[in-house]
Design a protein around this ligand. Structure first.
Ligand SMILES: C[S@@+](CC[C@H](N)C(=O)[O-])C[C@H]1O[C@@H](n2cnc3c(N)ncnc32)[C@H](O)[C@@H]1O
Length: 527
């Protein structure tokens, strides 16, 4: 204990805080909240705050006087007291606030004093306070969005009617208090979110399956195609599709709330999102919606089985792994192929990010229905192609490559990359959306088969959706779970994992080029 009755540690903290407030300007204080926060034109550092424990408030005031600052009369705290009461599980707390002008001012120290005998209280109340230098609503909103974009997290706040200021707390490297003049309801709503936000978010997440099914049903019924020429009524849509108007209308209304349709005076129109569900548009997602809300919806029902046993949910539900299932069920195979094609809008861009040779052979390993090969060959008339995949996809591939007008430059090579040799002599090997279907052992078989077929210096182009190493990104992580459910041993990988897998099989990863929708082209060379 010091002579004032404060603990040595608190005496030191108060002295350090006084010194900090005395010597720190706005730019430096902003930097302490978040390095690089360059807002000196709009914000002014007005006080630093900390919480100490003292036998009574007079002891804290005495300590401040001893440090040469000028304390004002203490006032009771309500907000901090309530927060501490909750944290310490005690109702009978006495918390005072002492404001003290430091140096010549105008900056102050704000000292919260928890009176009594308490163990150390964590320093959550510490913050640096800034005042906005404008009361222009638009500038304030812009300022707030800038702070949010910079990564500061909302951490409480409210309207202080005694001082007629709105106080917002944000958390960066240090906690920040932002004071703006007046009662800013819109800003507060933005800052605090709805009071029921967490439950609302969770309900939205939990009802995700309903969205998946609703999308699949309207895609299956062809509703988006029926709206291609303009809005139609529910009754009209129900009559044309042969379903019940009341029930269809309710599904359409739900999807309208999700932005898929737009309500018109007496019916429904397509939004840009909904238009992608038409079957006849470039980049149509219709069959993807049918697949995710159909076959793969059923397999996702066995996710728990996969988590418990490590086995494929798809196999559990359908009795065979997906590729064997498709080989035995032509209708499902057609849907899968056209859904894969629906997900290929980004494949069109692949040739534009590649340095393709003027002539030679491009071998598309497990090339599916040939869309990627079609795009590659269309832009490179000197190249020839080989499409290697299981026998049952050859008919679709022939049809697709004919539509691309390059069937005469492609030889179809039916085969199985686990049993048959990969066609040799390619200058470029394509491996699009294949490695994520398999575990490292099977990827090794596939890659070593390609390496055996490729001459040193040949290019291997891997198209995947890599998992970022530095942060959580929804799409790659959703697809990672999807691969776990719908493939025997599928997984998405990080760039580091791809690099290692390629290196272990005779390829050097040269470059990763980004594609839309978090996809990427990994360009490697056979060494
Ligand atoms: C996800 S699709 C990707 C198709 C295409 N590369 C693309 O990106 O659109 C996976 C492909 O791997 C093929 N495949 C699965 N097992 C195979 C095997 N053992 N040998 C050859 N191809 C196989 C499937 O027939 C299917 O066309």
């Amino acid at each position: 204990m010091s002579f004032s009755g404060l603990r040595e540690r608190d005496v030191r903290r108060v002295a350090e805080a006084v010194e900090y407030v005395r010597t720190t300007g706005t730019r430096e204080a902003l930097d302490a909240v978040l390095p690089g926060l360059d807002l000196v034109r709009h914000l002014e550092f007005v006080h630093g705050a900390l919480l100490v424990v003292a036998p009574d408030v007079d002891a804290a005031v005495a300590e401040l006087v001893r440090l040469g600052v000028r304390p004002r009369d203490p006032v009771p705290s309500v907000v901090v007291r309530d927060r501490l009461a909750q944290r310490l599980g005690r109702e009978d707390l006495d918390v005072r606030i002492v404001h003290a002008v430091v140096g010549g001012g105008p900056r102050e120290l704000e000292l919260f004093v928890l009176c009594g005998d308490f163990p150390d209280v964590p320093g959550d109340e510490e913050h640096l306070a800034f005042r906005a230098s404008t009361d222009d609503e638009v500038v304030l909103r812009g300022l707030y969005e800038h702070l949010a974009d910079a990564g500061l997290m909302p951490d409480g706040g409210g309207y202080n009617k005694h001082e007629d200021v709105t106080v917002l707390y944000l958390r960066g490297a240090r906690r920040m208090e932002l004071t703006v003049p007046g009662h800013r309801e819109t800003l507060l709503r933005r800052h605090l979110g709805r009071p029921d936000q967490a439950r609302r978010d969770l309900l939205t997440l939990m009802s995700g399956a309903w969205r998946t099914r609703s999308l699949a049903v309207v895609a299956e019924l062809g509703v988006p195609d029926l709206l291609a020429d303009g809005p139609r009524t529910t009754a009209d849509l129900a009559r044309t599709t042969g379903v019940r108007a009341d029930n269809l209308g309710r599904v359409l209304r739900y999807l309208a709330a999700l932005g898929v349709f737009a309500p018109t005076r007496d019916g429904w129109a397509l939004t840009a999102t909904g238009s992608l569900l038409r079957g006849d548009v470039e980049g149509s997602q219709r069959d993807l919606a049918r697949l995710y809300g159909g076959l793969f919806y059923r397999s996702f029902g066995a996710l728990e089985h996969t988590v418990r046993t490590g086995e494929s949910a798809f196999t559990e539900v359908f009795g065979a792994d997906p590729f064997d299932h498709f080989a035995a069920h032509p209708a499902d195979a057609r849907l899968f192929e056209s859904a894969m094609a629906a997900g290929t809008s980004f494949l069109k861009i692949v040739p534009t990010v590649l340095d393709l040779p003027a002539e030679g052979v491009v071998v598309d390993v497990a090339g599916g229905d040939g869309h990627l090969l079609g795009y590659v060959l269309t832009g490179a008339p000197g190249l020839r192609g080989v499409l290697f995949d299981r026998p049952h996809v050859m008919d679709s591939a022939r049809a697709v490559l004919s539509r691309f007008g390059c069937a005469d430059r492609v030889s179809l090579a039916p085969g199985d990359f686990f049993r048959d040799p990969v066609p040799s002599g390619g200058a470029v090997y394509l491996l699009s959306r294949i490695l994520h279907d398999w575990d490292d052992e099977r990827c090794t078989t596939i890659l070593s088969g390609i390496r055996a077929a490729a001459a040193p210096g040949a290019t291997l182009v891997v198209v995947e959706r890599p998992v970022p190493e530095t942060h959580l990104e929804e799409l790659p992580l959703a697809w990672d779970v999807h691969m776990m459910v719908n493939n025997v041993h599928g997984r998405e990988r990080t760039p580091t994992e791809y690099r290692a897998l390629l290196a272990a099989n005779g390829f050097h990863l040269d470059e990763i080029r980004p594609l839309p929708l978090d996809m990427a082209v990994l360009v490697a060379t056979a060494v």
